[in-house]
Design a protein around this ligand. Sequence first.
Ligand code: PRP
Length: 175
Amino acid sequence: MKVDRVLVSAEEIREKLTEMGAAISRDYNGKNLLIVGVLKGAFIVMADLARHIDIPVEFDFMAVSSYGAATKTSGVVRILKDLDEEIADRHVLIVEDIIDSGLTLHYLMRNLRVRQPASLSVAALLIKDGIERSPIEIKYEGFHIPQEFVIGYGLDYEGLYRNLPYVAVMSHEDG
Ligand code: PRP
């Protein structure tokens, strides 16, 4: 495997996360914000975004997995790790690395809304363009990207490459 080309550079990501962090700090000023990272992919975005937020904020994590390719379109997601915190009356911001089919997020929103948070919003670094999905409002958007397989900045190929400091399109050629 090698990187075919860089789609979003480390510098572009840093600038965008600075803007997103400033907007979040402004919007949630005076509120009890809980940021929920969706493992594994979101751990890098969450950690870097958090350092651009300058209001008090707590963190929690969920880990989810789809039931496999065959049932992917059903939108059924298995919760591998649930939140530690109760979220009733909390202002919850879900952080995702990428929104592709939107099924993971759609499931999470439905699941968390039942717990009656004070508000429930989404921040996502990457959004794949040109994909039909049920409407989900992304309050804090990073970059729109084409429908290509991307790695880096939390995104993996067979568990690897999450630590690349940029988002790249993978080359399938050997070497
Ligand atoms: C990725 C990503 C999102 C989800 C988006 O996670 O982190 O959670 O896919 O895809 P969707 O919009 O089509 O539902 P993945 O299932 O690859 O797990 P990982 O984060 O552990 O790599």
